[in-house]
Design a protein around this ligand. Structure first.
Ligand code: ADP
Length: 161
């Protein structure tokens, strides 16, 4: 199992500067990071998966050890497929803790040799989520402070009321 291969799973619908901060910090720690977009057929989401991947790739083009993929089904099965040893997740507030704790425990039970590591949010991003960005954009607010500069126009266009 590759302990240097870290998977950062999430919806990234769309990627925010909070996600980007976590990806940059992960890429500093691990030789290789895979940002994996969960394709949940029961939850279509707002941005198509292909566009989420495209926006992620553009926002992370300065990070040579980061690549992008999509997966469906169980995260532990995807980890096995990649032979990856580390799951990276972010914690924003105490409200994140309960669901993240549950997910990490269940994953540990199913795949004991996979570790889940948490990075604390940077305080300036503690309030930030993709759903907040979608809401602000759909109501015509300015999303520029919340997403990477190189994707602002695309996100703005996609959410335009
Ligand atoms: P999910 O729908 O799986 O929660 P998200 O795309 O919302 O996926 O988030 C993926 C991961 O990134 C989660 O671990 C989440 O806690 C973390 N994350 C999201 N926004 C931030 C932020 N502003 N600061 C730090 N971590 C964040």
């Amino acid at each position: 199992m590759k302990k240097g291969l870290c998977v950062y799973p999430g919806s990234f619908d769309p990627v925010t500067i909070g996600h980007l901060d976590l990806i940059e910090r992960g890429a500093d720690i691990f030789p290789e990071v895979v940002v994996a977009v969960l394709h949940n057929p029961a939850k279509e989401g707002c941005f198509p998966i292909v566009q989420r991947l495209e926006l992620l790739a553009r926002a992370c083009s300065h990070l040579p050890n980061v690549r992008f993929d999509q997966f469906d089904g169980l995260l532990v099965d995807y980890m096995k497929k990649l032979d990856a040893g580390i799951v990276l997740r972010g914690l924003r507030a105490v409200t994140d803790f309960e669901s993240e704790f549950q997910m990490a425990q269940l994953n540990h039970q199913m795949a004991p040799d996979v570790e889940t590591l948490f990075l604390m949010t940077a305080p300036e991003h503690a309030y930030l989520s993709s759903s907040a960005v979608r809401e602000i954009g759909m109501f015509g607010g300015d999303i520029a402070p919340f997403v990477p500069a190189c994707i602002v126009e695309d996100v703005r266009r996609a959410l335009k009321p």
